[in-house]
Design a protein around this ligand. Structure first.
Ligand code: CLR
Length: 427
C-alpha cells in the first residue's frame, strides 16, 4: 500500500525535472554591460535561476527549527544561547553551493509554510520592490517561539564576484523564557562570475544579543583567505553580561558546530601552536587577477577538541542534488502544491507562479515568457498607481522593533484565517 492509498500524504523527495545545463550561457557577457547597475534591476536569462522565489529561499532559515525547540527546553540561559547560536549558523547552511538565482518576488507575493511535524508555520510577503524587501514571520504551533525579520539583499558587483549584504534583523523570541534574541546574518559572496566555477562564501561577524539577560554571542564567519585554510570556518564565543567568556563556539557553517569551555580551548590552542610547522603550509590558491578564484579544496573537516559538545550537524544533501540546483531535501519540497483541499493558500502564494512552476518542470521557454509577462504586469500596475501612492502591504506593517528601536516590518496577523478576498491579482 502506498502512502497515497493509505490516505497519508508524503512530501516529495525530488523535483519533477532535472535542471537544464547552463553551459551555453556566458554570465559575463550579460553582466559586463551592467557594471555599476543595481543587480536586482538586471534582466537575467531564466537559465541562471533556480525554481524558487526569494521568499521560498528565505524559508530555508527554518530547516533546523528543531534547534529552537531544543533551546526552549533548556533551563540555563548560556545553554540556550549556544543552541540559538547553532540555529543562527544552521539557518544559512543551505546556501552552500547554491549558485542559482531565485526569482525576484513580485510586489505583494506571499509564501506560507506549515510544518506540523516540526511544529511551526511561516508566512512571508514581498513588502517593497525597490529596494526589494522580503518580510517573514514564523511561529510555533504551540506558541513556544516566534522567529521573524526582513531581508533587503543589497547586491554589489565586485569585478569577479557578486557580494550580497542581507540587510535586516533576525528576531527570535522564546516565549516561556521571556527572551528576545536578535542578530544580522553574514555577508554572502558569489565568486567567479567572469570565469571558472561559481561558488558561495559567507563571511563577517554576527553578534547575537539576548536582550533579556545581556548575554551575547559573537560569531566570526571567516573569509577563506589566501591559502583556503579558513574556508567555511565559524569561530566565536559567548560572554555573559559582565563580559566574561563562558563558551567557545567553533565549526563550519557547511558542516557542524561545537561548543567548548574557554579554558579547554585555550589549552588546546597552546598545544597546537608548539606542534605546528609553518613551513608545511602550501600557497595553494593565490590567484592572479585574470584567473578564476577556484574554491580551495576542503582539506580537513572540523578538528574536534576533546571535551566539546556537538550542537548541530548538517543534513547531507540527497544524491540527485547536483542535478537539481544543489537543493537540500528541505528545498526540494518548498514549491510543492499539497493536494489537500482544506488548505486553500492565498492567490498570491509563490507556488502559484507560472514561471517558477514551468522552470521546475524543465520548460525554460514557458518560464521565460511567463516571467516577462508577470514583470510587465507588475510594471503596468505600478503605472496605474499615482506617484505618491504607497503600495498597500497586506500582512506586514512598518513599525518599531521593541528591542533594537529600528524600523521593522511587523506581522499584523490573520494570514491563517484564510480570508483572501482583498489580495492583489499579481499573476
Ligand atoms: C544568503 C543568506 C542570507 C540572505 C541572502 C541574501 C541574498 C542572496 C543570498 C542569501 C544567497 C545568494 C543569492 C543572494 C542574492 C543573489 C545571490 C541568491 C539567500 C545569487 C546566487 C546570485 C546569482 C547571480 C549570479 C549567477 C550572477 O541570509
Amino acid at each position: 500500500v502506498t502512502a497515497q492509498e493509505n490516505g497519508m500524504w508524503e512530501r516529495r523527495k525530488t523535483l519533477p525535472a532535472e535542471m537544464i545545463s547552463r553551459n551555453n550561457f556566458s554570465l559575463w557577457s550579460i553582466l559586463r554591460k551592467c557594471i555599476g547597475l543595481e543587480l536586482s534591476k538586471i534582466a537575467m536569462p531564466v537559465e541562471f535561476n533556480e525554481p524558487l522565489s526569494f521568499l521560498q529561499r528565505l524559508s530555508e532559515y527554518m530547516e533546523h527549527t528543531h534547534l529552537i525547540h531544543e533551546a526552549c527546553t533548556l533551563s540555563d540561559s548560556i545553554d540556550r544561547m549556544q543552541v540559538v547560536a547553532a540555529f543562527a549558523v544552521s539557518a544559512v547552511a543551505s546556501q552552500s553551493d547554491r549558485t542559482g538565482k531565485p526569482f525576484n518576488p513580485l510586489l505583494g507575493e506571499t509564501y506560507e509554510l506549515i510544518r506540523e511535524d516540526e511544529g511551526y508555520r511561516l508566512v512571508s510577503e514581498q513588502v517593497s520592490h525597490h529596494p526589494p524587501i522580503s518580510a517573514f514571520h514564523a511561529q510555533s504551533l504551540k506558541h513556544e517561539f516566534e522567529f521573524h525579520g526582513s531581508i533587503y539583499p543589497k547586491l554589489k558587483l565586485w569585478g569577479k564576484s557578486v557580494e550580497a549584504e542581507p540587510k535586516g534583523t533576525m528576531t527570535l523570541e522564546l516565549v516561556k523564557h521571556k527572551e528576545t534574541y536578535t542578530w544580522i546574518n553574514p555577508m554572502c559572496c558569489v565568486h567567479n562570475i567572469i570565469l571558472g566555477k561559481l561558488w558561495i562564501e559567507q563571511y563577517g561577524t554576527v553578534e547575537i544579543v539576548n536582550h533579556s539577560t545581556g548575554e551575547t554571542c559573537v560569531l566570526h564567519f571567516k573569509p577563506c583567505g589566501m591559502f583556503g585554510k579558513e574556508l567555511h570556518k565559524v569561530e566565536g564565543y559567548i560572554q555573559d553580561k559582565n563580559k566574561k567568556k563562558r563558551r567557545v563556539i567553533y565549526g563550519k557553517w557547511t558542516e557542524c558546530i561545537y561548543s567548548v569551555d574557554p579554558k579547554v580551548y585555550d589549552a588546546h590552542k597552546k598545544d597546537k601552536k608548539t606542534a605546528a610547522d609553518p613551513k608545511k603550509q602550501k600557497p595553494g590558491n593565490y590567484c592572479e587577477a585574470e584567473e578564476a578564484d577556484e574554491m580551495p579544496e576542503v582539506l580537513e573537516t572540523v578538528t574536534v577538541i576533546p571535551g566539546s559538545a556537538l550542537l548541530w550537524r548538517i543534513t547531507p544533501r540527497p544524491a540527485h542534488s547536483a542535478q537539481m540546483y544543489n537543493f537540500t531535501s528541505f528545498a526540494m519540497t518548498l514549491n510543492e502544491l499539497e493536494p489537500s483541499t482544506e488548505r486553500a493558500i492565498a492567490p498570491t502564494d509563490s507556488r502559484l507562479r507560472p514561471d517558477i512552476r514551468a522552470m521546475e518542470n524543465g520548460d525554460t521557454d514557458t518560464a521565460s515568457t511567463e516571467k516577462e509577462r508577470l514583470e510587465e504586469k507588475q510594471r503596468a500596475a505600478r503605472r496605474e498607481r499615482s506617484k505618491d501612492e504607497m503600495w498597500p502591504t497586506r500582512w506586514f506593517q512598518l513599525g518599531t522593533h521593541p528591542f533594537t528601536g529600528a524600523e521593522e516590518w511587523l506581522y499584523t496577523g490573520g494570514y491563517f484565517d484564510r480570508n483572501y478576498t482583498d489580495c492583489p491579482n499579481i499573476y
